[in-house]
Ligand binder design. Structure first.
Ligand SMILES: Cc1cc2nc3c(=O)[nH]c(=O)nc-3n(C[C@H](O)[C@H](O)[C@H](O)COP(=O)(O)OP(=O)(O)OC[C@H]3O[C@@H](n4cnc5c(N)ncnc54)[C@H](O)[C@@H]3O)c2cc1C
Length: 294
């Protein structure tokens, strides 16, 4: 099913993001966790495309399995890192042939060790170029998602220029947006208002990650520069040496964050599950308990 058709039927969507497991043990772990999450009947699930295209075969195999063997609605992430335009089109043709109806199209991050993104000599430079090319060759075949950054993409000169670039993505054919993770809802709501002022009208689904360890928070801050609200930072710092308490703090915070997002108009939640199920199940069950419209 195309995600746009799901939007027609539902005011809110709940979706789960996975990454393709790297080896046999993590495949078993993934199966166990994905099984628990599938019981929650997500609106759709998505599978990431490893940095630098490193997981191409595993991503394609996993989306094939999920799409054709489980009855889930699947969205395949795809990036243009290291691929010529011809190769990109072959890959998209392949995804179409295995019945994939939804794509999250991204530029991608530089491969490990590289400092900045260098497009393939015959490739696409920005996600908007990729989206435009896919939409013109595969008219109305896919629902297209794209990424957005409430706290600005790290390479963008200013928040305003980043939003102008985002408008190029929706003009090129992106049907909806999923945000980079964030913890301060005010930043999300201000961002959505700016998008509406820039005439970006599509759904902007908040991407949420439940904090489950202290090192994870440090990594998020380092990688995406995301702001941690003072109250949350204090709670995390005071529980630094108590992993159980950190996890509960993270889950409690995510529940309140999601409740507030939904109450104030967010069109659903996209959970970055990191292939774990415990925290997401707990949060989702609580949200479902308080609101039966999903
Ligand atoms: C929801 C989500 C899912 C993701 N999934 C994956 C994944 O599966 N695999 C993966 O490798 N990465 C993934 N990423 C990370 C993403 O690949 C990186 O954030 C990457 O650095 C940017 O990708 P983009 O598609 O947003 O790029 P773009 O939209 O191309 O933007 C990249 C930068 O270029 C600037 N820019 C855009 N157009 C122009 C222009 N015409 N002129 C000048 N500057 C311009 C933008 O402002 C921005 O700073 C995901 C990110 C999000 C938010």
């Amino acid at each position: 099913m195309k995600i746009l058709d799901i939007f027609e039927q539902r005011q809110h969507t709940f979706s789960f993001e996975f990454f393709p497991p790297k080896d046999e043990i993590s495949a078993v772990d993934f199966g166990v966790n994905a099984g628990k999450l599938m019981k929650l009947s997500p609106s759709f699930v998505s599978v990431t495309y490893g940095a630098g295209g490193s997981s191409r075969e595993r991503t394609f195999a996993l989306v094939d399995y999920l799409q054709n063997k489980t009855g889930l609605t699947v969205m395949a992430h795809y990036t243009c890192v290291g691929a010529s335009k011809e190769k990109v089109m072959q890959d998209i043709e392949y995804l179409k042939s295995i019945n994939i109806k939804n794509l999250m199209l991204l530029r991608g991050d530089p491969p490990k060790g590289a400092e900045s993104f260098t497009p393939h000599p015959d490739g696409f430079k920005y996600a908007s170029n990729l989206i435009e090319a896919v939409c013109s060759k595969f008219t109305n075949v896919f629902t297209i998602g794209a990424g957005c950054y409430p706290e600005k993409h790290p390479e963008a000169e200013t928040p305003e220029s980043d939003i102008a670039r985002l408008k190029e993505k929706t003009d090129a054919g992106a049907d909806f947006l999923i945000t980079q993770l964030f913890f301060d809802n005010n930043i999300y709501f201000d961002f959505v208002e700016k998008l509406r002022n820039a005439d970006i009208r599509c759904r902007v689904i908040p991407g949420i990650i439940p904090i489950t360890s202290y090192s994870q928070v440090e990594r998020f801050v380092k990688l995406s520069g995301t702001a941690i609200p003072d109250e949350l930072a204090e709670k995390l710092n005071s529980s630094k040496d108590n992993p159980k308490r950190i996890r509960q703090t993270g889950i409690d915070f995510a529940i309140e964050q999601c409740k507030n997002l939904l109450k104030n108009g967010a069109p659903g939640i996209h959970f970055y599950t990191l292939n774990k199920s415990g925290a997401t199940v707990e949060i989702y069950e609580t949200l479902r308990g308080i609101n039966t419209r999903y």
